[in-house]
Design a protein around this ligand. Structure first.
Ligand SMILES: [Zn+2]
Length: 167
């Protein structure tokens, strides 16, 4: 965390353009346009593999490691059969790239040793919870407000609200 803050400061002092951290560079933005650790959850928005108009909202909750996946219109994901579906697989993979094992394990309160976690599958294997329905808007509204920042006209002034996103 400290090193991220340092690099952020360095970048902002050199230029108004904030570079992505190296760990975030290989993110599959088209497949998973939004992933965050927020309010004790790893959550995000995952594109449908087949329908460009459809997105899935997926989350994993801290402590219980309960999870859920539905469309943004609250239709349950057909891939959820007591196990995380492919959208949750993607969410975990992208979260792993974005935040690293340690932050995910700490946020979700998992009893894994981050040093022994080498990929997203190790994290998924430790999920002991089951499907637990939540309203997709809980996550989706955060995605939409993030998009509103993406749609801001570009200028060379920093947008303070975006700082959390480049971490
Ligand atoms: Zn799904």
């Amino acid at each position: 965390m400290a090193s991220n803050k340092e690099s952020l400061t360095t970048h902002t002092s050199q230029s108004s353009i904030i570079k992505k951290s190296s760990s975030a560079q290989d993110r599959a933005i088209k497949k998973v346009p939004f992933v965050e650790l927020y309010a004790g959850r790893l959550q995000g928005v995952v594109s449908s593999g087949s329908d460009i108009e459809r997105v899935y909202v997926s989350y994993i909750e801290a402590g219980t490691t309960n999870f859920y996946c539905s469309t943004n219109n609250n239709r349950p994901c057909g891939g959820l059969r007591g196990r995380p579906c492919k959208h949750l697989n993607l969410l975990i993979s992208e979260g792993f790239l974005q935040f690293g094992a340690k932050r995910i394990i700490n946020t979700l309160g998992m009893t894994l040793d981050p040093n022994e976690v080498s990929n997203a599958y190790d994290i998924e294997s430790a999920i002991a919870g089951g499907p637990h329905k939540v309203d997709a808007s809980m996550v989706f509204s955060r995605f939409l407000s993030y998009l509103s920042y993406v749609n801001l006209p570009s200028n060379n002034q920093p947008v303070p609200e975006m700082a959390w996103f480049v971490k």
